[in-house]
Design a protein around this ligand. Sequence first.
Ligand code: ADP
Ligand code: MG
Length: 378
Amino acid sequence: MLAASASLLNIKIAVLDVGEAAPAKQVVSLPSSTSDAKKLAHIDGSFKDPAKIKELAATVDVLTVEIEHVDVNALEEVQRSTQVEIHPSPSTIRLIQDKYRQKEHLKEKGCPISEYIRVDSTVESVKDAAKKLGLPLMLKSRTLAYDGRGNHVLKDAERAQEAIDALGNREMYAEKWVPFVKEIAVMVVRACDGTVVSYPTVETVHKDNICHLVFAPLRGTDPSLGERARTIAEQAVAALDGAGVFGVEMFLMEDGSIFINEIAPRPHNSGHYTIEACETSQYENHLRSILSLPLGSTALKVPSTVMLNLIGASSSMSEIQSVVEVALTVPGASTHLYGKSECRKGRKMGHITIVAPSDAELRTRLRLLLQALPGSTQ
Ligand code: ADP
Ligand code: MG
């Protein structure tokens, strides 16, 4: 989606990812290898491979990431030894990679976060955390977590060893269980000079720890909520370094208070709706910010919108195809399939955004898609 956005501005993009048919490479036509080290070419390799990162850096002016689980040491080396600009800054990516350090940073900056503590991968330490923060307890792997992989809910302190095993013995920490009434999110764009602008606050609905639906604008009885969430998100992103878009995930509590859950240093699932529903998409604004171009308006241009993630139900695309077939008949529905080579249970394979002239019409249109989802009882 970033590549598609770049092509409209004649911005040339080279992609580092495994395979010649990696999704973003399907969008941008470039030679996949070249003997000329200065010529822009896609690179076949892992974004965790320092040599490949340096190979990519040798051909570009600006380097950015669409996933935070990259090799930051290599990015820092590129930063030290070349003129290549890196956004967001490697120090921000390093900070966000470690969810515990991220919490410490947010706390230090005065951002609202719920209680958490350090935990060692030992039964005593986990039991101690359960005593201090209560049950259920959310145990989280400090690194390499996404789509709920890296989270474990401990309901019984006697099952501490099971929790440690489930997190693969990785370094972890514990969060107090947050009985939120809603999950909300704000995409924030940070310009090179540190200016921040935000998109409207959205409601995110998760299923099995994975984002399922995103609604905008936010509806509810408290008219100040959307603005309060945007201010919190903007302040949190202003306290980070480097340009780009950031996804700020938050919890809304019964009493109207807000906690930040986590920040993603990149275009984010909760901002996919911006492609069809806002004056400038999160992808275009990411490009504008990292290239020091004027930022585009973040305003909604439709009365109501929803994004539905297309998540693999099995190794077959057939379940997703049946939703897509319906989407093609629904007014205001735009389908995005990512071109990933393999479908797997729980893997994000695409999404559909619906726009509508009213919330009621949006719900009617959405219902048609939800009825086509596997396991639907509607
Ligand atoms: P990921 O990196 O997988 O997105 P998150 O930390 O955002 O991990 O957790 C995934 C989901 O788990 C959240 O969106 C929320 O629904 C739930 N969750 C996370 N932390 C807590 C918590 N402390 N209390 C209750 N639910 C939580
Ligand atoms: Mg999350």
